[in-house]
Design a binder for this molecule. Structure first.
Ligand SMILES: Cc1cc2nc3c(=O)[nH]c(=O)nc-3n(C[C@H](O)[C@H](O)[C@H](O)COP(=O)(O)OP(=O)(O)OC[C@H]3O[C@@H](n4cnc5c(N)ncnc54)[C@H](O)[C@@H]3O)c2cc1C
Length: 411
């Protein structure tokens, strides 16, 4: 079988439509927002237009109102949307909602799908995901929040959560809590659907972070909240996926989310490289254009190499997903690589802009402070590298070579 990088015509066509959509609609809307326009009106109009054109929930099956795109077409679309703050939001494919919708779709009961998933798919509500606690993040099996059954009707949850993204703009939260402390580590936790606002789920604050905040940051991203969970009453019918399955469902959700971040990183890095190149072709120092310096060309070359590798990784992973192949090793490798890639490219773009790059007159400085989180969220670098390294050793012990753990099946 030959290796074929030809993108199917229908995937190419949808990418082209979304590319146009971002340039023609999202970017002007972003400008209007920054000029003081009303967020709800602007986003509402944008979403109505997107939906009317069939640009809605790219990876959700058609029967649920989405576009039903497969992994490759979805990856191509996401790589376009990352260029505008309103890109993913306009098509109702923003995090953390999108991966959480997938969890509901895969594990929800008919009642849960009707009551909670439908309004999410319609863009009428937003959802957040509360797993991490101060007590436990990278090793989520250390979560302390408990859920105790109160007769047959309700669970009562007590504990705390930390860094729940978008909680302050969400109407629903998926909350993980310990239902069986004596079960094997990965079967101790369950996931609960919590309607917000709720007196038992109290947002203490949106945590101040290193990310440069604009006037719209909290509206667009919803901040990252610290939450007190006190005598939170959850009806038993809001248990998602059965007792003890919370952890596995969370991992399923994270596996998709990790890739989506990486896809948006490609769009951002591409834009950063474009900005850097546009700057060096104009800027002159010591009697020469920056573009004519070999040292500068090398910097651009390194960025181009990073982007090329990033795209190849994503396309290869999409290919494996299309075929239903095991992609866990590649997912972890790519998750780490893409987070570093965007960091390196944006950093280089700042360097080439000089003081202008450090200012807020270009988007680069803001991006730089945002993307630092990419090396922490959805599993920090070290945890993924730990998994990848263990798989390298396993492959060696099994096959006498590490190739299977190092992309060896490509050739
Ligand atoms: C911007 C942002 C948004 C987030 N959004 C959400 C959200 O919506 N919902 C949610 O539930 N959580 C969210 N999180 C939390 C995120 O998932 C955790 O921060 C992450 O899992 C790491 O956990 P931790 O911060 O507790 O770090 P810890 O678990 O304390 O780890 C600290 C550091 O120790 C090192 N480390 C840990 N384990 C190992 C190991 N085995 N080997 C070597 N080194 C190791 C790593 O360097 C790691 O960064 C978000 C975090 C951020 C920054």
């Amino acid at each position: 079988m030959s290796i074929d990088f030809e993108i199917p015509p229908e995937a190419k066509a949808v990418r082209e439509r979304v590319r146009q959509w971002v340039q023609d609609e999202c970017k002007p809307a972003e400008k209007a927002l920054l000029a003081g326009g009303d967020y709800k009106t602007i986003l509402g109009e944008l979403r109505a237009k997107a939906r009317a054109q069939g640009l809605w929930c790219p990876f959700i099956p058609v029967e649920h109102g989405g576009m039903g795109l497969g992994p490759l077409a979805n990856a191509l679309v996401q790589m376009e949307l990352g260029e505008s703050y309103l890109g993913a939001l306009s098509m109702n494919t923003q995090g953390p909602d999108d991966a959480t919708m997938m969890t509901l779709l895969a594990h929800g009961t008919e009642y849960q799908k009707e009551k909670f998933l439908k309004p999410l798919l319609n863009g009428e509500k937003r959802i957040c995901y509360s797993m991490t606690e101060k007590a436990a993040g990278a090793d989520a099996t250390g979560m302390q929040t408990t859920a105790v059954k109160d007769g047959n009707e309700n669970y009562i949850l007590n504990g705390e959560k930390w860094f729940s993204s978008a909680a302050s703009v969400a109407d629903i939260a998926l909350v993980m809590a310990k239902t069986d402390p004596d079960a094997p580590r990965h079967q101790r936790y369950s996931t609960f659907i919590v309607e917000l606002p709720n007196p038992g789920y109290r947002i203490i604050r949106d945590i101040e972070t290193m990310a440069a905040e604009g006037p719209l940051s909290h509206i667009l991203g919803g901040g990252h909240s610290e939450i007190e969970i006190k005598d939170l009453v959850v009806p038993a019918e809001n248990l998602l996926g059965g007792e003890g399955n919370g952890f596995n469902m969370g991992q399923h959700r994270l596996a998709y989310g990790r890739l989506r971040h990486g896809m948006h990183n490609v769009a951002m890095a591409q834009k950063a490289l474009d900005l850097a190149t546009a700057h060096v072709v104009k800027r002159e120092t010591f009697g020469k254009k920056l573009k004519d310096r070999q040292g500068v060309q090398w910097m651009l070359a390194d960025c181009a190499s990073e982007l090329y590798m990033a795209r190849l990784m994503l396309i290869h992973i999409a290919y494996k997903a299309e075929k239903g192949m095991d992609l866990r090793q590649e997912n972890s490798i790519a998750k780490v690589f893409l987070a570093h890639m965007v960091h390196k490219v944006v950093d280089t773009a700042i360097q080439l802009h000089g003081a202008l790059g450090y200012s807020m007159d270009t988007p680069l400085a803001r991006w730089y402070t945002h993307i630092r989180s990419q090396r922490l969220v959805d599993g920090p670098d070290e945890v993924h590298r730990w998994t990848v390294g263990r798989n390298v050793i396993k492959a060696y012990e099994r096959d006498g070579t590490t190739a299977a753990a190092a992309g060896g099946d490509i050739i």
